[in-house]
Ligand binder design. Structure first.
Ligand SMILES: Cc1cc2c(cc1C)N(C[C@H](O)[C@H](O)[C@H](O)COP(=O)(O)O)c1[nH]c(=O)[nH]c(=O)c1N2
Length: 227
């Protein structure tokens, strides 16, 4: 049988292109406070969704859907669900951290012109999916790849993205009318930004620090360091 694969050139990008890609990766931020009210043009939103839709997926399953939320009544219900979950989460932390937790803004649901729920259809493509037999969660991993593609594409477009995960899943299911087989993987707030924090907000506020990369790299087996 003839090999149907067609090949395209795949050498390194030019220096400028390479720098631009790494700049997008390094300056991407999780956004909660910097959203501008300016609407996102449909053409821009479409490019972001195309970027997400070009993510890798197990068995080319493409398990994602994109629920674009603009309706302020829906956002209000989502915001209320966040508030309930946020209170419960705050109470999980010891007294010494609770005040700092409560002082942080952890969502921009109302301020972001668009909210976007990226879901995973756990039954898309039928019961047997190439590559998923031994790890059922690879459909979820695939959906997260779509989220990251969108997040980086958004940086390039001057659109900030904030991932909000402080919800009871049942609330999201109920508000968005999700069938049982659909998992809400990411709830994202999107809006134009003209400024972004230069470091993760959780770092500047003293909640956590970026770990040294060298501590995380092992050679040929868990815990094994070179030299
Ligand atoms: C799966 C997942 C879920 C959440 C987040 C991220 C991810 C990957 N993050 C954002 C998170 O705090 C942030 O990514 C890190 O602090 C690192 O900062 P930068 O993304 O580099 O700005 C996040 N932030 C927030 O304010 N509220 C939230 O509910 C969440 N939830």
């Amino acid at each position: 049988m003839q090999n149907p694969t067609s090949l395209a050139p795949a050498g390194p990008f030019s220096e400028d292109e390479r720098e631009a890609v790494y700049r997008a990766i390094e300056t991407r931020r999780d956004v909660r406070s910097q959203f501008l009210p300016k609407p996102i043009a449909d053409t821009v939103l479409r490019r972001l969704l195309e970027a997400a839709h070009h993510a890798p997926s197990v068995g080319f399953m493409q398990p994602w859907n994109f629920i674009v939320i603009r309706d302020s009544a829906v956002k209000t219900r989502i915001r209320q669900a966040f508030s309930r979950a946020n209170e419960a989460e705050a109470n999980k932390f010891p007294d010494s951290r609770r005040a700092l937790y409560s002082a942080m803004k952890l969502q921009g649901i109302a301020e972001a012109p668009i909210n976007l729920c990226i879901t995973c259809d756990r039954e898309r493509g039928g019961p047997v999916i190439l590559g998923r037999t031994h790890n059922r969660d690879t459909d979820i991993y695939s959906t997260v790849c779509a989220v990251q593609n969108l997040w980086l594409a958004a940086r390039v477009e001057g659109i900030g993205v904030g991932w909000v995960s402080i919800f009871e899943e049942g609330d999201l299911r109920d508000i968005l009318g999700l069938p049982d087989r659909i998992v809400p993987v990411a709830y994202l707030c999107l809006g134009h930004v003209d400024e972004l924090c230069s470091e993760p907000e959780l770092q500047t506020r003293g909640w956590a620090e970026r770990l040294p990369l060298d501590d995380l790299i092992f050679q040929d087996g868990w815990g094994q360091k070179s030299g």
